[in-house]
Write a protein that binds this ligand. Structure first.
Ligand SMILES: Nc1ncnc2c1ncn2[C@@H]1O[C@H](COP(=O)(O)OP(=O)(O)OP(=O)(O)O)[C@@H](O)[C@H]1O
Length: 362
């Protein structure tokens, strides 16, 4: 299986895209806010725009090298793209759409039919074979678009926000389907999203893009445990609090900028600027402060409650803002907390990660 390795520069309207990225077989989620340059990066990889400098290597093949003046045309890159508009051919049925690329390559009719049938089975969409694509639901159209792309046997898949245009029910269904199909295929796949919830769903390798740069690349777990910056932490949904480590009565305390004080496992830190990260699901909520082992706590007002299937995300604010994620069962047991109510957010000292930082950004 091939691996994509690229380093690309390209001037965009307001900033320079300067991205370095590695995509191994399987799904890598490319996460970034609107306008971060995700679609532009896909277009450069696919050969639809030409980078100002850099290289693109896919397995043994060099697709682009500015210095060596190598620039393989799009159709020779063996890259399968599914862009947001899908661009299915309305005059062809599902099988016709899937076989279209093979027809253009003058593949014989019988070989084409075999390949189309194989894909219909592999992607569990045989029942759609003869349907007119204009009658399909959004989720079904996504499936057909992926099947059409796979027909030409790509070595890299680029999927631009495959679930963005779907309603929540269809989104859940297409995510499960993508997870199954893409895991089986094991082709290097870059799946673009600006939705951190999507990353939490796939729990795969993640590359985070901000202003044209890949600011962190790693496993979902790594990003949660060791976000490289406040931007990454906030984007993947980790609590990130700036402050400083102070010495008080022989103990080291983390004092947040907002004025809250927290205990923590301090072996590795010294007095000075620092940040603390806590995972939302390591925070419990209580109406009354519980007795027991020394724990960190913050008493605050609920600002926001978001129900995410079997989990509930609750934002609490006082000196600082903390987001807790609890089970729906726990939420019901607490009497369904609502915005405006006050609660204790509690977490164990060892569940916080505190690190010194050079200086506090403003
Ligand atoms: N060909 C281009 N030349 C110059 N600037 C461009 C070009 N294409 C896009 N841009 C600009 O580059 C920035 C990044 O756009 P891009 O569509 O790549 O972001 P994105 O991360 O995919 O955003 P979204 O999540 O909204 O789709 C935007 O400010 C956009 O206006």
């Amino acid at each position: 299986m091939s691996i994509l390795v690229c380093r690309l520069n390209y001037p965009l309207a307001n900033y320079q895209l300067a991205a370095e990225l590695t995509v191994a077989p399987g799904i890598t989620v490319l996460l970034g806010p609107n306008g971060a340059g995700k679609t532009s990066l896909l277009r450069l990889l696919a050969g639809l725009n030409q980078p100002a400098s850099g290289q693109i290597q896919l397995g043994e093949r060099c697709l682009f090298d500015a210095e060596k003046r190598i620039d393989l045309p799009s159709e020779k890159r063996r890259i399968g793209m599914v862009f947001q508009d899908l661009a299915l051919f309305p005059h062809l049925d599902v099988s016709g759409n899937i076989g279209f690329g093979l027809k253009m390559r003058r593949v014989s009719s019988s070989a084409r039919q075999n390949r189309v049938q194989q894909l219909l089975e592999k992607l569990a969409i045989e029942h759609l074979a003869k349907r007119n694509v204009t009658t399909l639901s959004g989720g079904e159209r996504q499936k057909v678009a992926l099947a059409r792309t796979l027909a030409t046997d790509p070595q890299l898949l680029l999927l631009d926000e495959p679930t963005a245009a779907l309603d929540p029910a269809a989104r859940g269904e297409i995510r499960r389907w993508l997870q199954t199909v893409l895991t089986q295929l094991n082709i290097p796949t870059l799946l673009v999203t600006h939705d951190a919830e999507e990353v939490a769903y796939f729990r795969k390798r993640v590359a985070v893009m901000e202003q044209g740069k890949i600011v962190q690349q790693g496993s979902f777990h790594q990003l949660l445990r060791e976000p490289a910056s406040e931007f990454v932490a906030r984007f993947v949904g980790v609590n990130y609090i700036l402050g400083e480590v102070c010495e008080q009565a022989g103990k080291l305390i983390f004092c947040s900028r907002g004025g809250a004080k927290f205990l923590a496992p301090f072996k590795q830190v010294i007095p000075g600027a620092a940040f603390m990260t806590v995972l939302p699901w390591d925070i419990a909520l209580y109406r009354e402060l519980p007795d027991g082992s020394p724990r960190n706590h913050l008493y605050g007002e609920i600002r926001d409650v978001v129900i995410l299937g079997d989990r509930v995300r609750i934002t609490l604010e006082k000196e600082d803002k903390l987001v807790a994620e609890i089970s729906t069962r726990g939420y019901l047991a607490l009497g369904e907390p609502q915005p405006g109510e006050n609660f204790w957010a509690v977490f164990k000292a060892r569940e916080a990660r505190i690190e010194n930082c050079e200086e506090l950004p403003c």
